[in-house]
Design a protein around this ligand. Structure first.
Ligand SMILES: [Zn+2]
Length: 202
């Protein structure tokens, strides 16, 4: 039979499961027969459990905080990324107006086709959108098409596409110009250049 004071010294190790099987066996035998040591074991067990719980809760709280902070950072990062992406795609899709000095153009007539060739000289990509120009409603309430609005825009060179176009050709039939009120408007950042039946072949 082990003495009480030895058992009591061993109890913390016993609770942690650090004793050899033999010592543990002897200690358990002592506990079966000694109420004082059993009570001490019960006390120690609960206080250690409480301490563990406390530590665990602190750890969990800490982890929660870290996770919250990390989530915030990720969300902020994503928002910034989205804004940059939105701005980039906006610029990619819309471009910005071209000033007259950055666009070289010439017109020519071939057969029954009038054409205008444009070239952007500032190293950016050229994006040209065209849209019809509508006249006043006729008797049937239909707006006739009386011209074409040509809107060249410049884009930052795309990092994704290998070749960006810097030139663009737009064509219109001479027959259209001969209708009289027909016009092609080249809309630049610093003003329009208008081609009509009066000046298209000059
Ligand atoms: Zn004892």
């Amino acid at each position: 039979m082990i003495k009480c004071h030895i058992v009591q010294d061993l109890l913390p190790s016993y609770i942690d499961g650090l004793l050899s099987a033999e010592t543990e066996h002897d200690l358990q035998q002592h506990l079966q027969e000694c109420e004082a040591c059993r009570e001490l074991l019960a006390k120690l067990s609960t206080s250690i459990d409480n301490a563990n719980l406390h530590v665990n809760k602190k750890e969990i709280d800490f982890l929660k905080k870290v996770r919250k902070k990390a989530t915030k950072k990720v969300v902020t990062g994503l928002t910034v990324l989205l804004l940059v992406f939105a701005l980039f795609t906006y610029l990619m899709a819309i471009g910005s107006p071209i000033s007259k000095k950055d666009l070289i153009y010439n017109t020519s007539v071939e057969g029954d086709l009038w054409q205008i060739n444009m070239e952007l000289t500032n190293g950016k990509a050229l994006l040209v959108k065209t849209e019809p120009i509508y006249g006043k409603k006729d008797r049937n309430g239909i707006k006739p098409i009386v011209g074409v609005l040509v809107k060249p825009r410049e884009l930052l060179p795309s990092p994704i596409l290998e070749s960006d176009n810097t030139s663009f050709m737009f064509g219109s039939t001479i027959e259209s110009f001969n209708k009289g009120d027909y016009k092609v408007i080249l809309r630049l950042g610093d003003g329009d250049i208008v081609f009509t039946s009066d000046n298209y072949d000059r």
